[in-house]
Ligand binder design. Sequence first.
Ligand code: PMP
Ligand code: GLN
Length: 413
Amino acid sequence: IPSRYGTGEKSVWVEYIQLAADYKPKVNLGQGFPDFPPPQHVTQALGDVAAGENHLLHQYTRGFGHPRLVQNLSKLYSPLIGREIDPFNEILVGSGAYEALFSSILGHVDKGDEVIVIEPFFDCYEPMITSAGGVAKFIALQPKKTSGNITSADWVLDEKELTSLFGPKTKMLILNTPNNPLGKVFTRSELEMIANLCKKHNVLVVADEVYEWMVYEPHKHIRIASLPDMWERTITIGSAGKTFSVTGWKIGWAYGPAALMRNLQVVHQNSVYTCPTPIQEAVARAIEVELARFNKPDCYMFSISKELAPKRDAFVKTLRENGFNPTVPDGGYFVIADWTELAKKIDLSSEKDKYCDYRFTKKFAKEVGVLAIPPSAFYSEPHKHLGENYARFCFIKKDENLGLADKLIREWN
Ligand code: PMP
Ligand code: GLN
């Protein structure tokens, strides 16, 4: 393996998806994907494309994004950002948000460039930065309290520490709001603090906003690209998989000013080149349906949070009543919970992993039948201890499966 990929260790996803296949946990709250059907009009759109007369929709389409999709993404985001987004020069469609992130990082980070990453972070950022020859500089969100009722808003950045990370080599900052795995939704004043530092030091922002539509009252998702003078230095990432509960479709996008997007196009044209036409056409049609009812209660971009909020509340209750201390998420569809009160009830000695959240989640899956993800995977090596006391549970699941998880955890307890 080339050294730019480190030692080539398995990612947490490769390992835990295998674990799920081997141990068949009764309830899989690990990898983030819904276990209920996507909206009917979305799957219908794909069926219509497949059965339709336009056979050209089964052939290659425009490399940087299928025209109907980029046009609809422009219609969706232009009003939200407060400027006309050029569909053909300011939007790139990629193989999931994953490839949009890869093209953003590989397209802008050069040897020796520094990238500021806020922990806990979606794990692929670090290897992407390293494989570009860059150096990741980490800063952890820290909980203001660790007992009592905690929400994701209690996890905050230290402004002084963040300021100290900016220097002449800083090229980029990666911001994930709502954050995976914490569910933190950055407030306007937090975003302004980050934006001011990025402007002062001429730093790009990659804003990973794949959970933009999963935000719980009274919190609001704010796009950092919409803040004053931020458009020209921000690349924003979105995902059809998250937006429409179709994670297997693996279509995502990046949007930003043409001069920045040019770099992403170069990476994309030399790796993936073009994404599946039928899926892009179906996503385009699905966005059209939602644009026609945007801001109305039945628009999926708004109804999904209403559907998820009671699931979050029910599962938080399960956790609280069974010895966990959860951080209630303001956005996204994960909840992290401190499990250390339960340490006395579970013998982790049979598990050999270096970090105790790996040992806990593996033993918990085998003993209780509920699979969770170890959050230390979302920290850099020197900071992994900050995640070790937690387990991450995904709650975009049918009520019956959340109910079964509740039953299994209660019976074990
Ligand atoms: N960013 C974050 C924060 C995520 O949680 C995910 C989930 N997979 C992605 C990016 C990648 O999204 P996609 O499935 O569209 O590649
Ligand atoms: N975003 C999802 C999660 O965090 C899936 C991650 C993945 O499959 N790489 O669980």
